[in-house]
Design a protein around this ligand. Structure first.
Ligand code: M6R
Length: 610
């Protein structure tokens, strides 16, 4: 998704803007650009390539300036092209924009009638002309012009604006899209994510919904849409720039897969040592919110949705609570029956996913106020919206394909299940101790699965030439098959579908032939014998089987049947182990196919628009 970086400082900010864009590359983009105020002039550079290309151009140009704005664009209105890349200019001002302006057509017609000419196909260009119009219409300065313009905008935006009329100033504003300020030693900065600013500061100010801010080298002020000044707290971030370095790995995705033992240990640190299961892990009010809960509703998108699907099995089997899991983009528009005694759980790695946030807000409007966010970003919008929170400790996830965020979400759900089960009297002390021991051992168990990487690399060669794949699973491993299929299509562009294995005979079996690889998630659990029968049916039709089995599964290897053995069955937490080889398989297939693993085509890391 688009990303913004702005800077006004006593130094040359061009390297800061470029480094900030590099740190935002993981969000996904198709073009880049920046504009600076150099010697009283507005200078713009844009490229339909990568940040590196923009950097080469600015270097060749010898561009240096103390004030600037920069942008990575993920096309929504208008194709990816230099003409549509940001910043957009109107007279002596330039604007970068992240989000979608819903009323841009109405505004465009009105601005054209006032003599403005549009040179791009974007919705964003209206913002530049609108602000220019306000400045020409007598607005007292850039901040005031931006304020008046934002009052007319319908939709979501984070914007950064510079103007030749105020060379020592950047104005920013946000609505529905994240934006934060960074207070450096030599200047004031702003960006879509903190990772873009760690190069200059760890002192952050998170702007609230509808805030505007005027940034100067040694000062800043935040105002509300009515112009009233407001204070926002300064927070010192505990994350560091090192947290997002690649280190010994080839890609962030690979690094993040291998970080899972640590990410799980950090996330499960709340039950380290002798500490037991407690509602308090979810916030001071959790006991009160949880008591009397009669059902659970999980809202999420993509991989986070798959985490919710696994959790459903746990919540129903262990905590004895009815649970539904809904795709957030569907739920937010569905006329559903609300129950105030439902615990609504919004799950999101980024905490900025527009659909998940909107679904959570919608649930609240229906009277469901018992809300919990499971999220990897403490300061995110989803976390701020919910009454309770559980922050997963995965650390920054850069690869677009979610990996360590998923397994830590599952760890959070395991803790939630046990906390609710205990509160409801559905968990005796012995069972609690058993589950706690398994949770504490989990990082070591995951490490053992990671050791399978060399074998998985060999399997990846088989897949690289295929264009389709089927994933099968049963019970709590069916969502793991879904997650495996999502990972494969996301980064290797192989068409993959997942089915509950028992469903195969009701249609998808027609797809199975010699050329169809079928990946089976086969833990040694109570459904194993049923699954084996399903696999027999595939084998009999000539399908090529790739089976991830637990020790003791006793599925014989043979012609067209490849087996990879995981350690012994891990019970309730087995999905956390079984997803790891599927992540590695997708990664290695993508490597062989030569795709852009961390930034797959058409996708964005943080989907902050609908
Ligand atoms: O940040 P979120 O967890 O809310 O993101 C939800 C999805 O966009 C995300 O999980 C997406 O499906 C991933 N790219 C999957 O790898």
């Amino acid at each position: 998704m688009c990303g913004i970086v702005t800077a006004v400082a006593t130094r040359n900010v061009v390297p800061v803007l470029l480094e900030g864009l590099r740190k935002l590359e993981y969000r996904g983009y198709d073009s880049v650009g920046l504009a600076v105020l150099a010697g009283g002039e507005l200078v713009r550079q844009r490229s339909c390539g990568r940040v590196a290309e923009l950097a080469a151009r600015t270097e060749a140009q010898g561009l240096a300036a103390p004030t600037g704005i920069a942008h990575t664009r993920w096309a929504t209105h208008g194709v990816p092209s230099e003409r549509n890349a940001h910043p957009h200019i109107s007279g002596g001002l330039a604007v970068v924009h992240n989000g979608i302006i819903e009323n841009f057509e109405t505004l465009k017609v009105a601005l054209q009638a006032r003599g403005y000419t549009f040179v791009s196909d974007t919705d964003s260009e209206v913002i530049a002309h609108l602000i220019h119009d306000k400045l020409g219409g007598g607005a007292a300065g850039l901040l005031e012009a931006v304020r008046l313009a934002t009052l007319e905008l319908v939709g979501a935006f984070a914007i950064g604006v510079i103007a030749v009329s105020e060379p020592d100033c950047v104005v920013v504003a946000r609505r529905g899209v994240p934006l934060l300020l960074g207070l450096g030693e030599d200047g004031v900065y702003a960006a879509s994510a903190a990772s873009a600013l760690f190069q200059v500061t760890d002192k952050l100010v998170f702007l609230e919904e509808d805030d505007l801010a005027e940034l100067r080298r040694d000062a800043y002020r935040v105002v509300r849409p009515d112009g009233a000044a407001v204070e926002r707290p300064v927070q010192i971030s505990s994350l560091t720039a090192d947290a997002v370095e690649l280190g010994r790995f080839r890609h962030y995705m690979q690094k993040e897969i291998f970080e899972q033992p640590q990410a799980l240990a950090d996330t499960l640190g709340v039950v380290a040592g002798g500490v037991g299961i407690s509602p308090r892990h979810f916030g001071a009010q959790a006991e009160e919110v949880f008591s009397g809960v009669r059902s659970v509703l999980i809202l999420a998108c993509g991989t986070s949705y798959h985490a919710g699907l696994v959790a459903r099995y746990w919540l129903e089997a262990v905590a004895k609570l009815p649970c539904t899991v809904e795709i957030a983009s569907e739920y937010r528009y569905r006329k559903s029956v609300a129950d105030p005694d439902t615990l609504v759980v919004a799950v999101s790695q980024s905490g900025e996913t527009a659909d998940t946030l909107a679904a959570l807000k919608y649930a609240q409007t229906l009277g469901m106020t018992r809300t919990l966010a499971i999220c990897n970003v403490a300061e995110s919008a989803v976390v701020r919206e919910a009454k309770l929170r559980f922050i997963t400790r995965a650390g920054p996830e850069i690869g677009v394909a979610s990996t360590k965020a998923f397994t830590t979400q599952l760890a959070a759900f395991a803790l939630l299940t046990l906390a609710l089960a205990r509160l409801r009297g559905a968990l005796d002390a012995e069972a609690e101790a058993r589950h706690l021991a398994a949770l504490r051992h989990l990082p070591i168990a995951v490490q053992k699965v990671l050791d399978l990487e060399p074998q998985i690399e060999r399997w990846a060669e088989h897949f690289a030439t295929r264009e389709h794949a089927l994933f099968l699973g049963r019970g709590q491993h069916w969502p793991i098959a879904m997650e495996g299929a999502l990972k494969l299509k996301e980064i290797s562009y192989i068409h993959a579908e997942a089915y509950a294995a028992g469903e195969l005979k009701h249609g998808p079996l027609a797809l199975v032939d010699r050329k169809m690889p079928v990946i089976a998630v086969s833990p040694n659990d109570e459904l194993l014998e049923k699954l084996k029968s399903n696999l027999q049916v595939v084998h009999a039709r000539g399908g090529e089987l790739y089976v991830f089995a637990d020790a003791g599964s006793e599925i014989p290897e043979g012609d067209g049947v490849h087996i990879m053995q995981l350690p012994e069955n891990y019970g309730l937490l087995s999905p956390i182990l079984h997803v790891v080889p599927l992540q590695l398989l997708s990664y290695h297939v993508a490597l062989v196919r030569g795709t852009d693993v961390d930034k797959p085509r058409n996708l964005a890391k943080s989907v902050t628009v609908e």
